[in-house]
Structures are given as structure tokens and as C-alpha cells.
Design a protein around this ligand. Structure first.
Ligand SMILES: C[S@@+](CC[C@H](N)C(=O)[O-])C[C@H]1O[C@@H](n2cnc3c(N)ncnc32)[C@H](O)[C@@H]1O
Length: 254
């Protein structure tokens, strides 16, 4: 999968740094130190359809980012299991899964504006009322808006692979974030990741395996069969035809 080009990668000497990690002091004239991000804000035109969807559905389905605890029941208009999705892209898988599971509440983070517009369009067209969107860095959402043991699941599908070694530190799935996610899962809640980049798949299996509060749902400790709810994306179908692999990893909170 294509990944955004880091035109101005943060110049951190700390190779173990992870997204959300603050690096370096604030240079003169800059108010805050830099934080490593797992994304770059890509240019991309919001289409007229997406802009209309923002107008029509944004007020009801996009939540403001606030550095304070989010009342999930209030946000979704009632109780229900909550699954967080990080980086939904254009929201195709999100909309599919939310349609399959109308009783589950999906808290979905994405920073790419056209993607948010695209998911809002799905919401309007399919009348999906069980999705709420945060157009914000998921790491900050987790840090500041989610208390412990409130999530029943987490979906991270095809996170940016950051292929180059010098960019690997931007990968989302590293132990600090996994520990935070594990803390926010209820016992029995799951963390489902999928990637088409084998070195990242190996990293995910290793990092999740090293988190003591999680266990692999796969008895042999390996990769999972693709769970039925995750649809095959167009990109994935094309890759599979070419013989490329996709790896699903599903762990659960002890
Ligand atoms: C490679 S795309 C995959 C999109 C989608 N899940 C799919 O399967 O097509 C990864 C997405 O994650 C988003 N992303 C990366 N880091 C993020 C973060 N910290 N918070 C929110 N979104 C993030 C990017 O903007 C990008 O759209």
C-alpha cells in the first residue's frame, strides 16, 4: 500500500521513539517540542459530494476533539459496545462493518479530510447511525479522551507501513500505543490489525505478543484467518491476485 511521503521527517536521534512521543526541546521561537506522528497531512481535494456530506452529516456525526474525557454513552445516544477504529482512510471497511453490526458503536479516527467526507457520505447514503468520527490524531484521542476499560474492540486496518528504516519510528503499532490501547480495552475486548507489508506484520505480532495484558486469539500464536466482518478492499483484491499477502492479527485483553 502506498504511504504518504514524509517530506519533513522529525529529526530525532531516538530510534525507539514512537508516535505520540515528544522529541527534542522547543527550538527558539517554537512554542512546543515536536511530536512524532504516524501520519502526514496529505494534500487531497475534498469532492463536492464529500463537502455536501460534511454539511449535512458533519454536525451530527463528527465529534469535536477536546482534551477531556469523552462521555461515550452521550456521544452515541445510549449504551452499547464500543469499537474504536484508527485510520479509516476513505471509510469503506468502516461503513461495511457498521452496517453489519448496527448494535455496536464505532468511534472512528482519521486525520485525512477527504476520508472523513467520504465516510460521512456513506453514513448519509446508508443511514448508519452507529458511527462517530473524530478528525484528529488517534494517539491524542486515546491519551486525552478515553479512560481505561471503555472499549470492546479496536480496528487498525492497513496502517501506513512506513517502509524506509529511517521512517519505521512513525509506525503506529509500537509498544507504547499498544499498552495504551490494552488499558482502554475491557477484559475480553479485542485488538484487530491487518497489514499487507510482511515486516510490519511481523512487528505487530511481536509487539502485541510482548504486551502482558493481551493474548493471541490464535492458539498457535500466529496470524489469524481474516475475520468475516472485515471486507476485502479493492486494493487488497488486486494485491491478492498478484500473489501479495495480507496478514490479520487478533489479540484479546486478558
Ligand atoms: C494506509 S491508510 C489505510 C486506510 C484504511 N484503513 C484502509 O484500509 O484503506 C492509513 C490511514 O491512517 C491514517 N492515520 C495514520 N495515523 C493516524 C493517527 N494517528 N490518527 C488518525 N489517523 C491516522 C492516515 O491518515 C491514513 O488515512
Amino acid at each position: 500500500m502506498q504511504e504518504p511521503q514524509a517530506t519533513t521527517p522529525p529529526s530525532s536521534p531516538d530510534t525507539d521513539a514512537a508516535p505520540g512521543t515528544t522529541v527534542g526541546g522547543a527550538p527558539a521561537g517554537v512554542a512546543f517540542p515536536k511530536t512524532i506522528k504516524s501520519f502526514v497531512r496529505r494534500a487531497g481535494r475534498t469532492t463536492t459530494g464529500q463537502a455536501k456530506a460534511f454539511e449535512a452529516w458533519g454536525p451530527a456525526y463528527v465529534l469535536p476533539y477536546q482534551a477531556q474525557t469523552l462521555d461515550l454513552e452521550k456521544a452515541f445516544g445510549g449504551p452499547g459496545p464500543v469499537v474504536m477504529e484508527i485510520g479509516f482512510g476513505m471509510g469503506d471497511a468502516t461503513a461495511h462493518i457498521a452496517g453489519l453490526m448496527p448494535e455496536t458503536h464505532f468511534l472512528c479516527c482519521e486525520v485525512h479530510e477527504p476520508g472523513v467526507g467520504a465516510l460521512l457520505k456513506h453514513i448519509g447514503e446508508r443511514n448508519l447511525t452507529n458511527i462517530r468520527i473524530l478528525q484528529h490524531d488517534a494517539v491524542e484521542v486515546i491519551d486525552h479522551m478515553l479512560p481505561e476499560q471503555v472499549l470492546d474492540g479496536v480496528h487498525i486496518f492497513f496502517p501506513d507501513p512506513w517502509h524506509k528504516t529511517k521512517h519505521n519510528k512513525r509506525r503506529l503499532i509500537q509498544s507504547p500505543l499498544v499498552a495504551k490501547l490494552a488499558a482502554r480495552l475491557r477484559p475480553g475486548g479485542y485488538l484487530h490489525c491487518a497489514t499487507d507489508w510482511q515486516p510490519y506484520a511481523e512487528q505487530i505480532l511481536e509487539v502485541l505478543g510482548a504486551e502482558p495484558s493481551l493474548r493471541n486469539r490464535q492458539a498457535d500464536g500466529g496470524y489469524a484467518e481474516k475475520p468475516a466482518y472485515r471486507p476485502l478492499t479493492k486494493f487488497e483484491k488486486r494485491g491478492l491476485k498478484l500473489g501479495h499477502g495480507v496478514w490479520d492479527v487478533v489479540f484479546e485483553k486478558r
